[in-house]
Design a protein. Structure first.
Length: 143
């Protein structure tokens, strides 16, 4: 296992141009540009094969990881749900977010066909206990 601290200067290289699709959500809750660059660089350095993501939101972080791993044959499982009890939003807003997320994930699948992207619409706290031992005995990167 490699130590991230040893690679931090490379991970923090903000000169990389990602061309990330713009956030379409009304709030700036999505993966922001500097975080996206760090994620991209970490993916390029460590080349994980199995990525587990909780909190897909718009799917822009998923898009960034898929771009970084386009030639790897990696697999991303990303999990999110609608209707967070901590966030008071009308049902119509959750539906709009669901639409945006679905479009962004489909774009990532089309742009980076070498990466398998599976979206699970559910609460990760419920899904993970059964998913990991049944499907994966390990993962390489958790986001």
């Amino acid at each position: 296992m490699r130590n991230l601290a040893a690679y931090w200067p490379e991970v923090g290289n903000f000169a990389v141009d990602l061309g990330v699709p713009p956030s379409r959500w009304r709030e700036s809750w999505s993966t922001h540009e500097l975080s996206a660059k760090r994620i991209f660089n970490a993916m390029r350095i460590f080349r994980p094969r199995r990525i587990l993501e909780t909190g897909t939101f718009e799917g822009l972080g998923t898009w960034v990881m898929a771009k970084a791993l386009a030639a790897n044959g990696s697999e991303i499982i990303t999990i999110d749900y609608d209707g967070d009890r901590e966030v008071a939003m009308p049902e119509s807003d959750w539906k709009e977010l669901d639409r945006i997320r679905a479009e962004n994930l489909e774009t990532a699948r089309k742009d980076f066909p070498g990466v398998t992207i599976e979206f699970i619409k559910d609460d990760s706290r419920k899904v993970l206990p059964g998913l990991l031992p049944a499907r994966w005995d390990r993962w390489d990167f958790f986001f």
